[in-house]
Design a protein around this ligand. Structure first.
Ligand code: ADP
Ligand code: MG
Length: 246
């Protein structure tokens, strides 16, 4: 047996905002070092699903199991749980009054109590990794969008998460800056990070995803390996969606 460890399991997850039923009986499994790419039209519930995975949104019912542990807001400190699940957003939300390095060491020092010297050392090494070794002391306003997003990735990694969630990390970028962010994500995937990625970058999905999940109207319509999903989708809805984006 060489079964990979289960990192996330979602069962029959439902979420509504008022009368709007946004997630409908979602089942999802993510194993260690898997890259799962979520695709689907705007409004299909992709962001809400990601936010339920790190408890920025609380499900109405169903189960979210992280690394074998069923997480409930009544029994768990969600801030603590969230440390295990890093998230990168479309808009980078960097602290404008802190330097690049200051942004990266903020959470480890303030939330986790990591010693500043150690946080700086680790923060620099993360910034080196995302190709920003010459930007430690620069303020975010001096960076390009692609550089800002790479800082955001380093900042999330600084908490040493077991899973990384990406919600359209390149959608706000000028086209010429998309590649550098995707490359950083590819390297992270290659190192074995477990990742759930919402993106419209189908090239990235084809190349990097282990699994592609197609959502429509709050439901998972189809999932499969990228080769199956892109070459031979089974569902008419998936075909129509892929025709519209490919
Ligand atoms: P996607 O990321 O696939 O575009 P979302 O998960 O953002 O989809 O949204 C799914 C649906 O839920 C949309 O109709 C959106 O307007 C609605 N929605 C998302 N967040 C909220 C919220 N906080 N309050 C009310 N409605 C919301
Ligand atoms: Mg979204």
């Amino acid at each position: 047996m060489n079964e990979k460890r289960e990192m996330i399991r979602v069962e029959k997850l439902n979420k509504s905002f008022g009368d709007l039923h946004v997630l409908k009986d979602i089942d999802l499994e993510v194993k260690e070092s898997d890259v799962v790419v979520l695709i689907g039209a705007s409004g299909s519930g992709k962001s809400t699903l990601l936010r339920c995975l790190n408890f920025l949104e609380i499900k109405d019912n169903g189960t979210v199991i992280l690394e074998g542990e069923k997480i409930e807001k009544e029994t768990h400190n969600l801030n603590k749980v969230r440390e295990k699940v890093g998230m990168v957003f479309q808009h980078f939300n960097l602290f404008p009054h802190k330097t690049v390095l200051g942004n990266v060491i903020e959470a480890p020092t303030q939330v986790k109590g990591v010693e500043k010297k150690k946080a700086i050392e680790e923060g620099k090494s993360l910034l080196d990794k995302v190709g920003l070794s010459d930007k430690y002391d620069v303020y975010p306003s001096k960076l390009s969008g692609g550089q800002k997003q790479r800082v955001a990735i380093a900042r999330a990694l600084a908490m040493k998460p077991d899973v990384m969630l990406f919600d359209e990390p390149t959608s706000a970028l000028d086209p010429e800056l998309v590649g550098e962010v995707l490359l950083t994500m590819k390297e992270l995937a290659k190192e074995g990070m477990t990742m759930v990625v919402v993106t419209h970058e189908m090239g990235f999905a084809k190349e990097v995803a282990d699994w592609v999940v197609y959502m429509h109207d709050g439901k998972i319509v189809e999932y499969g390996h990228p080769s199956e999903m892109f070459e031979n989708p089974k569902e008419e809805r998936t075909k129509a969606f892929l025709n519209s984006v490919l």
